[in-house]
Ligand binder design. Sequence first.
Ligand SMILES: Nc1ncnc2c1ncn2[C@@H]1O[C@H](COP(=O)(O)OP(=O)(O)OP(=O)(O)O)[C@@H](O)[C@H]1O
Length: 341
Amino acid sequence: MTLLQLEGVSVRFGERAVVDAVDMAVAEHETVCVLGPSGSGKSTLLRVVAGLQQVSGGRVLLGGADQSGVPVHRRGVGLMFQDHQLFPHRDVGANVSFGLRMRGGGGASYAARVAELLELVGLPGAQGRAVASLSGGEQQRVALARALAPSPRLLMLDEPLGQLDRGLRERLVVELRGLFSRLGTTVLAVTHDQGEAFALADRVVVMRDGRIAQAGTPLEVWQRPASEFVARFLGFENVVPATVTGAVAATAWGKVPVPAGSPEGEQRLLIRPAGVVLCAAGLRCEVVSRTFRGNHVALLLRPEGGPVLEAECGLAGAPAVGDRVAVTFAPAEVVVLPPGH
Ligand SMILES: Nc1ncnc2c1ncn2[C@@H]1O[C@H](COP(=O)(O)OP(=O)(O)OP(=O)(O)O)[C@@H](O)[C@H]1O
């Protein structure tokens, strides 16, 4: 069942279309992350769904009902912003119950519900704590409890973990995913951090200049970026012009095998770092840098021809900076990118 449907939604500020004829759907119980560089229109899209931003064209439907003219508080959506917007002078309990008061209802039941929500977000018994005494991560949990309090049919998160340090973000993202799947929450999140989006989402939507550049599962988008823009946005740097003939592409790095059925002719080629394989004989390179990344080593190589290459190798036997190595290319990690963009 589709919960949220955007049909040709546009938002123009003056001449400029910040959101440009976007079609998008979010199914019930699904988590969709909108991903894109700063200024690509992500927040504007969320604001449209929430009813905080008028559309210049198109429709927003929630549960099949057109939302034009429906005010924010009648849409049944929960919002959590980057700067969590907690009331600094109220305690945790008051901040969470604010979410319930907005909806109205019995005061007596608040205490039990607040306790339940704090339990849910991993802050049991924190009702009486001052907001100012909480760490950034704890404040984020309170903001989440507040957003979840009225049981919104759609929870919207804008850069939910934006200000937290990386370690904490990685932990919270796993917790959030578990929580949303337990609660069956439908989530629309926006972030510019692809790691966060990929960890959280069932489906990601990559935006560029107000348009959807690609939509798909994290795996689909990661494995088959639809354009050079998406590939580079995901952090892939090994992209070069190539002439594809059959199963081989001629590039500045020499001949590179491509997957069977790849389009022929003048193309752009992406080689994921895992596809740049150290070997005894092949394209000769010098190791410019190496970075430990937990379970592998990321290498930057300067080949004898062509631009620098990003490669990956195992921890054991990783070459040192300045070493001379040779590489070949694994076709499974090579993608012929569609032209344009
Ligand atoms: N009220 C407004 N009036 C004019 N321009 C606006 C307004 N709101 C947003 N914009 C512009 O629209 C563009 C998209 O903004 P938006 O906040 O949606 O992008 P974003 O992808 O969420 O970026 P970020 O990741 O930096 O938050 C930006 O260039 C912004 O300056």
